[in-house]
Design a protein. Structure first.
Length: 325
């Protein structure tokens, strides 16, 4: 092919690209209601309507209703007539049980995140190595506890950790590791026991997250690091972690926020309420479990705790943007 033909093809390509960009600019300059025809607008609304209906019914309205209920002294059954304003919030701030529950929730979330994420990352790194055999079997083994219902997991560990006839204490005393049975679900060890049970159940999910993040690391970076003489630890510190840092921050805050919502496992485990009471169980007890029912007071607790979660999510967005930059 002659040089003149190549120049002509290049000129034609540039002309086509310029025309496409100009057409895109013209389309974007047209208001949306003029770009979408009547028939297209109907289908857009038709496809968005189910999502909007579900969002309004199960997200937006419950949120607004909770804020409204928090301003009333209400038991959940009578009409909303006794408006108290911010009195529920004042009572909540002075309630020692609420702050104890809040502290227990933060302790659970921090311990759960500190144990779960490094362990899940370690397992994910092992299961992405070429020399590891039976990867699918190991992935299934670690992921299987996630499909166990929370109530069933609580029932199982109630039997396993029972000090009288539990299998764990029986094994510890049989092999001489301890002299007498340990009350794992007593006031002293109940919180750490629930944290470890939660880690056992949810570990597989975060292992999958880490494995997805590790797949974004180019293989060429590892090859270059090996040429420079880097060992496995140096490749992890100087190659893997810097590359996956934005995703790692998302996983970190996702783990922390999800841990703040702990409820089912605490209810299913037979442990002292004072040692394991969290905000979710506090709200449940105030609204539905302990008469007289204080639905408005519980709504105030839910709003205050929701603000805490919102702050955590906002901090996540800031650190994610900073990591990407």
């Amino acid at each position: 092919m002659s040089q003149a033909s190549l120049n002509a093809d290049e000129t034609h390509s540039r002309w086509a690209i310029w025309r496409a960009r100009q057409r895109e600019k013209r389309i974007q300059s047209i208001p949306y209601n003029q770009r979408v025809s009547g028939g297209t607008r109907f289908w857009v609304i038709a496809f968005l309507a189910p999502f909007l209906l579900l969002y309004i019914s199960f997200t937006l309205w419950p949120l607004l209703a909770t804020i409204i209920y928090s301003l009333f002294e209400w038991d959940g059954s009578r009409p909303l007539t006794e408006f108290v304003g911010l009195e529920n919030y004042r009572s909540l701030i002075q309630n020692e049980i609420f702050w104890s529950s809040f502290r227990n929730t933060l302790v659970f979330a921090v311990l759960n995140t500190m144990i779960k994420l490094p362990l899940a990352l370690f397992i994910a790194i092992l299961l992405t190595q070429r020399w590891v055999w039976l990867k699918r079997i190991f992935r299934t083994v670690f992921f299987a506890p996630l499909v166990v219902p929370v109530a069933m997991a609580g029932l199982i560990f109630n039997f396993l950790l029972d000090p009288a006839f539990g299998a764990v204490n029986d094994a510890l005393t049989t092999f001489g590791i301890v002299d007498r049975p340990i009350t794992f679900l007593g006031a002293r060890y109940a919180m750490i026991s629930i944290v470890l049970i939660s880690v056992w159940q949810i570990l597989g999910q975060y292992m999958i997250y880490w494995m997805a993040a590790l797949q974004n690391v180019p293989e060429e970076l590892y090859e270059a690091a090996e040429i420079d003489g880097a060992n496995e630890w140096q490749k992890l510190i100087y190659v893997t972690l810097p590359v996956i840092r934005p995703i790692a921050i998302i996983i970190l805050f996702l783990s922390f926020v999800n841990a703040l919502k702990v409820f089912g496992l605490v209810v299913a485990i037979n442990a002292p309420s004072a040692a394991t009471r969290v905000v979710s169980s506090f709200i449940y007890n105030q609204a539905l479990s302990e008469p007289p029912f204080r639905y408005g007071f519980a709504s105030a607790a839910a709003v205050l705790f929701g603000v805490t979660v919102l702050i955590a999510v906002s901090v996540q967005g800031y650190f994610v943007r900073k990591a990407r930059d």
